[in-house]
Design a protein around this ligand. Sequence first.
Ligand SMILES: [Zn+2]
Length: 247
Amino acid sequence: MANVEVPQNLLLQQLAKTDRAVYTRLLEELHPTPLERGASLDAARHRTKWVYFMESGIVSLVARTRQGQSLEVAIVGREGVAGFADALGRRRSPYRLTVQLPGFAYRVRTSVIEEHVRSCTAVHDVLMAYSQFLMHQLGQSALCSRFHTSVQRLARWLLLTAERAGTNRLPLTHDAIAQMVGAPRSAVTQAASELRSAGIIAYQRGLITVTSMTRLHKRSCECFDAVSSAWTGAAPAALRPKTDSLG
Ligand SMILES: [Zn+2]
């Protein structure tokens, strides 16, 4: 059991407000877990044993082709939970869960969440709402890959990541970003170079610093706002103040 005083995770915060009894029961089942960069939280199409309530860091949902090409289709930060698909239904999730930015999570056994879902407790309601938000992200990712430029997509991705991580300093390589943005490395390098020349970002040795969130926002496609505002509960409002002040 974790000694959780004030969780950073927005879903746990929501549960604490809406159903204190269920929240208290869930606390008994939470295990504090560090998330190391590059770690895989499960193998795609295999049953996950744990559900991760993110406290910090970023986990990517990554889709793969049979040839091994991969693309990030959604990201999860402290507004969300990773690996919960198995608790909602019988079909396994087709996506890999990869830690992009190291951090920390409270994990709970999938069987515990399944029990909450079956009993329709407040955990069920929170996960259903989050599931809808995740579907919105998946759809927006498809739209973004088809219609928006590399610069727009890079700007969108950096904004979403910085917003969730609560920092403008992102320890990421161009290779990792190219995979996440879904563009060739050369296109991402060119896009990053354009943003750096404009004084919007700076980078050196695997560290990208967003120097103006406001100007980065102007270079992003509409997908950042669409994803950020899709979570109509507390998430965007709770996340934004930290990053707006960076601009
Ligand atoms: Zn877009």
